[in-house]
Every structure is written in structure tokens, then in C-alpha cells.
Design a protein around this ligand. Structure first.
Ligand SMILES: Cc1ncc(COP(=O)(O)O)c(C=O)c1O
Length: 424
């Protein structure tokens, strides 16, 4: 966009944002502490307008640039942008079972924690794998290594990890188990952008990993996601799966075309695939959000430090334990109601909701207890005591980098008032 137009548009966008904020402020708001707040502003909107005004709305140069910068941020070689975190999970799963490499075969088992976002489970199921659920450790919310070892059978071929709410799994132990049993590792990092294990970013420990840029996550592209990998060949296979199974945007495209006279390289199909491409509007958002990410991280760390510091001084409530080697960048603020508490999880969340604090269960709780469980035979009636505890006693409140310190203090005050009433 030319500089003059961009300057004039900036004024218009600022005016529109201000007017819409005034209109929204005048409306009665249910929550003064919502789960999430808009973390984008004029620059992201200008990027989107620029894509529309230059008629480059579909995946184009901004996507490639965002992928390059994201890979640099992540400290890996390749990043492939998609339209959501769920699509990132889907591509990772199909990467494992798709020809011609067929890293895994239909019916092979993949171990997945039973407390997670459901699309992490649907993806391997759709890709033809057999999902074997692993219980979680309610102290960390992450998969239980003891149960992981118990669930391994000769058919187990992979582990699909998730670092819940930003808390890194114990990667030393996970990798030791994976090595011992020859299991592939893939990571769902949709809740853990920037979190580290032993100074290394999560998402860099396996074949590849998935990220979400949904509105409430560490950074947003409205909807959006990313798959990262250190292997350029894997990245090319992901690009094929991302768009129709065709050869476009593939580094080694000439290799696939050898001996295929008469095939137009623009319409050359080398595999099956989806269409889960992002738009350049989303990538433009991503480029601006990456600039803000250091500030977002600082704010997340400061607020989580203050809130968890308060929870640590309360005996009826607890927050996830963090291993010595883990450096979480929290996505939200998860809390567990302890056995000693003279109140239930539902009582405290109802009290908070009535006073304008939005709450949620810890992801889907024990997935085995969801209505969908009756549809698929990976769900059985086997017990998951850790997941049940998270299901019955866990909840979370939001964590937005846009929240002011005073609002975090007000949130803590709200918890304090409830605990005083209950005599804790
Ligand atoms: C762990 C996890 N995986 C996957 C997803 C899916 O991401 P998206 O909403 O971008 O599809 C989410 C979304 O919240 C998530 O928390």
C-alpha cells in the first residue's frame, strides 16, 4: 500500500476502533475479567486492509514471510502456516500415515493424554491410527509418565504430547520412554508457545509440532495455526497435505516431476491432501503480533507470577506444579480445588461467574466422560483417576497480556473474598 494511503487509513482505523470501543463500553458487560481480550490493534488491521487493497488475500508473500520469522522465533528450520491449530494437528497426524513414506500404518497405536483439546484426538483417529488414552498427573495437568509406560503395547508407535496451558511436559522422561520403545514423538503446542524445557522451546523435541493462533492464545491471527519441523522434507510433505496434494510451493518439485512428461507443474498432484491454507490477512496479523510477542510474554509472566504467588499462599487451592527444568509461558491461569477445601469447584466458579469473572473447565476434562465417547471405540470404561480429578476439581480463568495490574489485583481480591467467606 502506498505510504500516503496507509497514513490516511491509519487515522480512519484509529477512529473506528475508538468509536467501537465507546459503543462497547456503553453496553452492559457480563464480565470485567473475561477469558480473553483483543490483543491486536491498528497495525494488524492495516496489514489486513493492505492485503485486500492489493488483491493479495489468499496465501501469498506475507504467509511465506510469517513462516520464515516464526521458524526463526521457534529456533527450527521450517514452519508451515495453516488456518487453525486443529488443522495443524490434522496435518501432523496425516504426515504419519500418508503415502509414500507411511511412517505409521493404519491401526498402529498412538498414545494421547485423555485431558486435551478434542481435535488432538480426532486428528489421529481420522488419519487411521488407533488412539490409546493415557491418564494425566493432576499435579501438573500433563500426561502421567507412569501411565504412559503402562499403556505401551507392541502396537504402540507414537506419542502425541500436549503441554497443557503452557506447562511443559517432562521431556527428559518422555524422550527416554520414547527411545526405549522406539516411539515417534509429535507435540501439540497450541497452548504453549514460547514455553521451554531445559532452555529449549517446546515443539522442538519431535518430528513436528502444532500451534494455534486462535483469538485467546499467546498470539493471534484471528483464526490460524502453524506446524513446525526441523526437517525440510517433512515440511514439503506438510505443504503438499496443506493444499490439495499438489506440488506448488515445494522445494524439490522437480524431483517429483521426473519422468512425468505432459504434466503441467502448476497442476501436478503427488499425494492426497486438504485445503487448510491460511489467508495473507492472517499472516499479516501474525507478522505484527510477532513484534508484540516479547511484550505479551513479559505481561503473561508478570501476571501469572502475581496470581500463582497468591494461590501458593492458600491451602484450599493449588496451581500446576512446574518441574525444575520447565519455564512455562502460561496461556491461562489453571487452579485446582484441594481435598481440604470446604467448598466444591462448582461453588467457587459459580461465585466468580456471578461477580463478573469468566471461568472454564480445564479443557474438555476427562474426554472419556464427554457425550462423544459413545461414538468411538478408543473410549472405553477404563478408569482415569488423574483425569477425573482434573475434571471434577479443576478450572481456569483467563490470562491476557492486555490486562492491567490493577485488574489482576481485583481478581485476587475476588478470590480472597470467597475464601474469607468459606473460612479458608
Ligand atoms: C491443546 C490444543 N490443541 C488444539 C487446539 C485447536 O486450535 P484451534 O482452535 O486453532 O483449532 C486448541 C485450541 O484451543 C488447543 O488448546
Amino acid at each position: 500500500m502506498n505510504i500516503d494511503l496507509s497514513h490516511r487509513l491509519k487515522g480512519v482505523v484509529e477512529f473506528l476502533i475508538e468509536s467501537s470501543s465507546r459503543i462497547n463500553e456503553a453496553k452492559p458487560q457480563k464480565y470485567w475479567y473475561p477469558l480473553s481480550m483483543a490483543s491486536y490493534g491498528v497495525e494488524e488491521i492495516l496489514q489486513a486492509l493492505d492485503s485486500m487493497c492489493s488483491f493479495r488475500t489468499t496465501m501469498w508473500e506475507k504467509t511465506r514471510e510469517f513462516e520464515r520469522q516464526f521458524a526463526e522465533y521457534q529456533g527450527c528450520r521450517e514452519a508451515v502456516m495453516v488456518n487453525s491449530g486443529s488443522s495443524a494437528d490434522l496435518l501432523l497426524s496425516f504426515l504419519l500415515t500418508s503415502p509414500p513414506e507411511n511412517m505409521l500404518s493404519p491401526g498402529d497405536e498412538i498414545l494421547v493424554p485423555v485431558v486435551t483439546w478434542p481435535t488432538q484426538v480426532w486428528s489421529p483417529l481420522m488419519a487411521g491410527l488407533k488412539v490409546r488414552f493415557v491418564d494425566v498427573d493432576p499435579a501438573t495437568l500433563n500426561l502421567s509418565i507412569e501411565d504412559l509406560e503402562r499403556k505401551i503395547t507392541p502396537k504402540s508407535k507414537a506419542i502425541f504430547l500436549v503441554h497443557v496451558m503452557g506447562n511443559p511436559c517432562d521431556m527428559d522422561r518422555v524422550l527416554a520412554v520414547a527411545k526405549k520403545h522406539g516411539l515417534l514423538v509429535i507435540e501439540d503446542c497450541c497452548e504453549s508457545l514460547g514455553s521451554e524445557w531445559a532452555g529449549r522451546k517446546v515443539g522442538n523435541f519431535g518430528v513436528g509440532s502444532a500451534y494455534s493462533f486462535f483469538f485467546s492464545h499467546h498470539m493471534t491471527t484471528m483464526e490460524g495455526g502453524m506446524v513446525v519441523t526441523d526437517d525440510p522434507e517433512v515440511a514439503d510433505r506438510l505443504r503438499v497435505l496443506r493444499a490439495h496434494g499438489w506440488l506448488r510451493n515445494i522445494e524439490a518439485s522437480h524431483v517429483h516431476l521426473e519422468g512425468r512428461a505432459g504434466i503441467d507443474p502448476r497442476y501436478a498432484f503427488v499425494n492426497w491432501g486438504f485445503n487448510v491454507r491460511p489467508t495473507d490477512l492472517q499472516a499479516g496479523f501474525g507478522l505484527e503480533q510477532l513484534k508484540r510477542l516479547p511484550m505479551f510474554t513479559e505481561r503473561r509472566l508478570a501476571q501469572a507470577g502475581r496470581f500463582f504467588g497468591f494461590i501458593d499462599g492458600v491451602s484450599c487451592l493449588s496451581r500446576p506444579q512446574v518441574a525444575d527444568k520447565a519455564s512455562p509461558i502460561w496461556m491461562s491461569l489453571p487452579v485446582m480445588v484441594e481435598d481440604s477445601a470446604p467448598f466444591t469447584r462448582d461453588e467457587i466458579t459459580a461465585w466468580l461467574e456471578e461477580r463478573g469473572v469468566e471461568t472454564r473447565p480445564i479443557i474438555a476434562g476427562n474426554l472419556q466422560r464427554q457425550p462423544v465417547a459413545k461414538l468411538f471405540d478408543c473410549f472405553t470404561d477404563e478408569p482415569f483417576p488423574g483425569a477425573d480429578r482434573v475434571h471434577d476439581r479443576g478450572f481456569y480463568v483467563g490470562l491476557s497480556p492486555m490486562t492491567e495490574d490493577e485488574t489482576t489485583e481485583r481478581l485476587i481480591g475476588c478470590f480472597e473474598e470467597f475464601l474469607r467467606l468459606k473460612g479458608c
